[in-house]
Design a protein around this ligand. Structure first.
Ligand SMILES: *[C@@H]1O[C@H](CO)[C@@H](O)[C@H](O)[C@H]1NC(C)=O
Ligand SMILES: *[C@@H]1O[C@H](CO)[C@@H](O)[C@H](O)[C@H]1NC(C)=O
Length: 353
């Protein structure tokens, strides 16, 4: 056996040992294999490239948006502002909440605005004053990743805690871990108590209530599906699959005026990612090196319209994210679709034909 061979194999062995030790000591995740979306039936149409850009340059990664009764648009930005756009198109810095983690925003029937601050919990903003409605489950665990909220006509607020293990800044780690760390919660305004409705959700993301309020739909992101949870009738309290096999990871969901739903689908299509995501060991290694984790980034954008029957009726995408990418929410209002994104500095507006 020659010496250089011995030296090389010794060096390789030492390197592998060092990596294994690093991974054993530092991997922040305990992963399960992750299924990857099939894009087969959805050839790209790039229709999202036609968006008009609202508030361009002023809005830092506006994740979600909503409209109030007067048609005023509200959104949240990474610099902690709730910004709003008047009907005449002029923007106003409305309320500074602070922090990088404002996510879901929704209107309350009482005229208040509800905001999910991943770190602080469920917030209510009225007359420019911010109050925290829930930062933990009553007599239970802290809310770590408040994500999206929706109110029903009796004032009950359903909202999601995307992951009780990783915070917003580490959502990629929750993605790599792919375990049911999330839950759907409920805030009861009469008792001010917050309780768990659905535990063990694989990233509990968007939530919307059906037209007749007989069920809600909650997006289970890492499983590429949304669940239907009955609020009324014979099935009250039961949960079933609403739509699955989505061509991407569902983020926020919003009821459309015709009773269907708009769902934004996060696109993560790295080369070789299919292989990595199916291997818990590969994911454990990846998660141990922050520089590698940073390479796992959404690119491109897609939104789907799903009927009340759970069938996809139409979709729009921007496959390479040329104009808009990482679209996180889609809200239909007066014949247009408005899009929030964690990778843009504007709200997209698309005329629906
Ligand atoms: C738009 O409307 C708001 C609220 O009524 C008003 O304060 C603002 O001056 C208007 N801006 C323009 C450009 O008309
Ligand atoms: C929380 O704990 C208090 C004191 O033990 C109890 O009175 C209350 O009913 C509990 N609330 C809920 C919602 O479980």
């Amino acid at each position: 056996m020659n010496q250089s061979w011995l030296f090389a194999s010794g060096a390789i062995f030492a390197t592998l040992l060092a990596i294994a030790t690093h991974v054993a000591l530092h991997s922040p995740i305990s992963p399960l294999p992750l299924p990857v979306p099939s894009y087969l039936h959805y050839p790209s149409n790039n229709l999202l490239q036609d968006v008009e850009k609202l508030g361009e340059g002023r809005l830092k990664e506006p994740e979600d948006l909503c409209f109030d009764g007067e048609g005023m648009l509200y959104t949240v930005t990474r610099d902690g502002w709730i910004e709003r756009m008047h009907r005449n198109g002029s923007w106003e810095h409305w309320v500074l909440v602070g922090g990088p983690s404002l996510l879901g925003i929704a209107t309350s029937l009482t005229g208040a605005i509800l905001v999910c601050d991943a770190q602080k919990g469920l917030l209510k903003v009225r007359n420019e004053e911010v109050t925290i409605l829930a930062s933990q489950v009553t007599n239970g665990t802290r809310i770590r990743f408040a994500d999206e909220a929706i109110e029903t006509s009796d004032g009950t607020i359903y909202f999601t805690d995307a992951s009780s293990k990783f915070g917003f800044e580490n959502w990629i780690l929750d993605f790599l871990e792919a375990r049911p760390n999330g839950r759907l919660l409920k805030y009861d305004p009469s008792t001010k108590a917050t309780s768990e409705v659905l535990p063990d959700v694989y990233f509990a993301n968007g939530v919307a209530v059906s037209e007749g309020e007989d069920y809600l739909v909650v997006c289970e992101t890492w499983r590429m599906r949304c669940l239907k949870h009955w609020l009324k009738g014979e099935e009250n309290g039961k949960t079933e699959v609403f739509v699955d096999d989505l061509p991407g990871y569902p983020d926020n969901i919003n009821l459309a005026p015709d009773g269907s739903f708009w769902i934004s689908l996060v696109q993560i299509k790295l080369a070789a990612f299919g292989l990595i995501s199916r291997s818990p060991i590969a994911k454990r290694i990846l998660a141990s090196f922050p520089a590698l984790v940073q390479m796992v980034k959404p690119r491109g954008a897609m939104v789907v319209n799903v009927g009340a029957d759970g069938k996809i009726r139409r979709y729009f995408d921007d496959s390479d994210g040329k104009v808009i990418s990482f679209v996180t929410s889609a809200v239909e209002f007066e014949g247009n679709l408005f899009l929030g994104s964690l990778d843009s500095n504007f709200i997209g507006k698309l005329l629906l034909k």
